[in-house]
Write a protein that binds this ligand. Structure first.
Ligand code: IMP
Length: 430
């Protein structure tokens, strides 16, 4: 089947960008279907690193067409900036190579201001959002007063709609949150200019993809965020406002059933999260510093979008099995195995203990895990650099055992293991 879907199994930042990059080598279309510029995908090709927030990362392959689906919320300022940065890095961005759904929703500075005001008002209960206006933009969509990108095709009505929207959000900012209002006229003028630049890219991506699938073209749906940030299935309320899980790929692109091939879950060899919310296997101190890195390298554990240090911990196989179930994953790609080199022993959470009772599955989903104490299994670590290894059998025995044990716990095959950030630092397992 020609539609493959790539999904993060954790709280985002699993390294989906580099797995998409691998699979995009054989794809005709690479499509984002949810979220907005809260996402940060990093692709390293040789000595060039591309950081993408909105445009699907598979676009760095010359032969692909990038698709931005109706499930997305799009800030045109970020998008235009990303387009110019990609062009400067040698990636061709034209209306032929990048198509944006007319039904994707707009993010304006008013959404960002509201996101910040709402976070401030939450006080100690802060979600730790990326402050990109994601929640307010999706709220507007569901409440049916959002602006869709199709309206950019009529610049005058688009500018009017932006002005009205900013005026309306100003009411909330000033009356509910005691925050500064924005200048509606100025935002509308700025956005009219964005509309002029982006209008040639806007169209019906459902039509484009359906036609492509009918002709047996290969489509890769690129998930953003991760399963545990899903609005319904994540650690609610510490989630994003969209659905990053696999079924949303169909909804967020306007594709019907019947095309799905592989559903690939990307999981880091350990676990990370940015922002608030439960994280049963979180570690602190020296071990946390060791897993996080110092921030000197682009692949250290600091947010691609916000630069915040990520919380880190041991891999949680209970949550991994949950992600496999929710997404119907067919296989796993494990990233950052190299980061575990030199740690003795390694730990994997295989269950939870609450009031003397042990659980191997989550009894009521992942939202309320505060009482859950992880039950760990210890595995021997390995020494020696693995970043140059390209074949599973060349890995140290303990690294092979770690992967084999993860596969047993997951119950689905691990087909890819990455051992470094560069495109070639990958091991394929038959
Ligand atoms: P929002 O999506 O900006 O509203 O943020 C909601 C939560 O999701 C916060 O905890 C963010 O840190 C987290 N989040 C959103 N996008 C990403 C991502 O791409 N990677 C990791 N965490 C994310």
């Amino acid at each position: 089947m020609p539609l493959d879907i790539i999904i993060g199994t954790q709280w985002g930042d699993e390294g989906k960008g580099r797995i998409v990059d691998l699979l995009a080598a054989k794809a005709d279309f690479v499509a984002r279907y949810s979220g907005g510029d809260n996402a940060g995908h990093t692709v390293t090709v040789g000595d060039q690193t591309y950081k993408l927030h909105l445009i699907p990362s598979g676009i760095v392959h010359e032969h692909t067409t990038g698709i931005m689906g109706n499930g997305m919320v799009i800030n045109p300022a970020t998008l235009l900036d990303e387009m110019s940065r990609l062009r400067a890095g040698g990636v061709q961005i034209t209306p032929k190579r990048l198509r944006i759904s007319y039904a994707a929703h707009l993010i304006s500075p008013a959404h960002r201001a509201l996101d910040a005001a709402q976070e401030k008002a939450r006080g100690r209960e802060q979600i730790g959002t990326t402050l990109r206006g994601i929640g307010p933009a999706y709220t507007g969509k569901v409440a049916r007063y959002g602006i869709r990108l199709g309206q950019m095709l009529d610049q005058e009505s688009f500018a009017d709609a932006v002005k009205v929207q900013v005026e309306s959000i100003n009411q909330q900012l000033t009356h509910l949150y005691d925050a500064e209002p924005l200048d509606p006229q100025q935002v509308a003028a700025e956005y009219a200019d964005y509309a002029r630049q982006l209008a040639p890219y806007v169209g019906d991506v459902s039509l484009v993809l359906s036609e492509a699938l009918r002709r047996n073209k290969q489509v890769l749906a690129e998930g953003a965020q991760g399963t545990l940030l899903d609005l319904d299935h994540g650690t609610y309320p510490f989630v994003t406002s969209s659905s990053p899980t696999a079924p949303s790929a169909l909804l967020g692109l306007g594709i019907g059933f019947g095309h799905i091939g592989r559903v690939i879950g990307v999981t880091k060899a350990f676990q990370t999260r940015v922002g608030g919310g439960p994280f049963p296997t979180e570690v602190e101190g020296d071990l946390a510093l060791r897993l996080r890195g110092t921030g000197e390298n682009p692949w250290d554990e600091y947010g691609t979008t916000t630069g915040r240090p990520r919380r880190v911990g041991w891999l949680d196989s209970v949550l991994l099995r949950y992600a496999i179930r929710i997404n119907g994953l067919s296989e796993l790609a494990v990233t950052k195995l190299d980061v575990l080199t030199g740690l003795h022993p390694l730990k994997v959470c295989v269950g939870y203990r609450v009031n003397g009772q042990e659980y191997r599955e989550l009894p009521l989903g992942p939202s309320d895990l505060s009482q859950f104490e992880p039950v760990y299994e210890e595995l021997p670590g390995w020494d020696g650099d693995v970043t140059h290894i390209r074949s599973f059998n060349d890995l140290p025995l303990e690294a092979c055992d770690y992967i084999v044990r993860l596969e047993e716990l997951a119950g689905i095959p691990i087909t890819t293991v990455s051992v470094g950030p560069e495109r070639s630092q990958v091991i394929h397992i038959d």
